[in-house]
Ligand binder design. Structure first.
Ligand code: CP
Length: 314
């Protein structure tokens, strides 16, 4: 039995996490995942804590699962969305943050359209900030839940596995956070997208880049399909043409490992990023399980950042 060490003040992205941190988050997520299947899902670890959910961009999965996670741990949540707030009257991001901080929350969960904004906002906060997705930059909790989903299928056997990320890599905060995490765990990461959407910053080394989707999935153990982010593109691709070349279909899976897993962060564009039939395919798709994993991973993170108690795990 051991207690879980945790030294981080904020979670802006995945590079700051050590392998030990990742394994601890996974162990704790597994503990909450199992308990989330029972009737009594609640704990008192975060009793009397206030978690501020500041969502300046739309969200279904991340927002609701953070809300559920905080409440299952005993915290009270406060949702501030840009629509309907005084930001609509022109209140700045800084003043909004100072205003919310003055109400003395115990942690912030923030989603923003501005890439890299978490570091800026942390100047105005004395409590942890968990990044719930910032522009094109990072989505660390999504990457952690993706890795936890793979762990549930593979256990700790990541090393040498091939994960192919297909889609709009250029605009994808999910791809960036995932690449850091997967490479740290020894996974071979391939990306495949139209040349106009394959941009990866120079700071990433060792990624295998493909434009031919059949080559990209050859012997892949998992495929992470990304949403074509039409809202972030200056010159939108035509979804139908995109699907005919890059859409992930059952036919395409024939080139991959027979046990290949298919993940997608959601929301899905059916028959654009991935075929509608594959979304719920029991053999390959883990898309619904990813959402379930998200609640458990966010419980683990809120627990690590906010709880004054420490669970003893095997
Ligand atoms: N994957 C993800 O971030 O989904 P939402 O935008 O619905 O939160």
């Amino acid at each position: 039995m051991s207690s879980i060490p945790w030294e981080h003040n904020n979670l802006f992205d995945t590079p700051c996490l050590s392998i030990e941190d990742i394994n601890n988050i996974i162990r704790l997520a597994q503990y909450f995942f199992n308990n989330n299947k029972t009737k009594i899902k609640t704990y008192s670890f975060l009793n009397h804590k206030n978690i501020m959910l500041f969502f300046a961009e739309n969200s279904t999965r991340t927002r609701i699962s953070f809300e559920i996670a905080a409440q299952r741990l005993g915290a009270t949540t406060h949702l501030m969305q840009q629509a309907g707030s005084s930001m609509q009257k022109g209140e700045t991001l800084k003043d909004t943050m100072l205003t919310l901080m003055a109400m003395r929350p115990d942690a912030f969960v923030i989603r923003s359209q501005y890439s890299g904004v978490m570091e800026y906002l942390s100047q105005f906060s004395t409590v942890p900030i968990l990044n719930a997705g910032d522009g094109w930059h990072a989505h660390p909790t999504q990457a952690l839940l993706d890795v936890f989903t793979l762990y549930r299928a593979w256990g700790n056997r990541y090393s040498g596995r091939i994960v192919t990320i297909i889609g709009d890599v250029k605009h994808s905060r999910v791809a960036r956070s995932n690449i850091h995490l997967l490479q740290k765990l020894g996974v071979r990461v391939r990306i495949c997208s139209p040349a106009t959407l394959s941009f990866i910053p120079k700071t990433f080394d060792g990624i295998e880049i493909y434009t031919d989707v059949k080559d990209a999935v050859k012997r892949a153990d998992a495929i992470i399909t990304l949403r074509l982010q039409l809202e972030r593109q200056e010159n939108g691709l035509i979804p139908k043409e995109y699907y005919s070349v890059y859409g992930v279909t059952k036919e395409l899976l024939k080139y991959a490992n027979p046990d290949v897993l298919v993940l997608h962060p959601g929301p899905v564009n059916p028959n654009v990023d991935i075929s509608a039939e594959l979304i719920t395919d029991a053999q390959h798709s883990r898309i619904v399980e990813q959402v379930e994993a998200g609640a458990a991973v966010r419980m683990a993170l809120l627990y690590l950042f906010c709880s004054e108690e420490r669970i003893m795990l095997e």
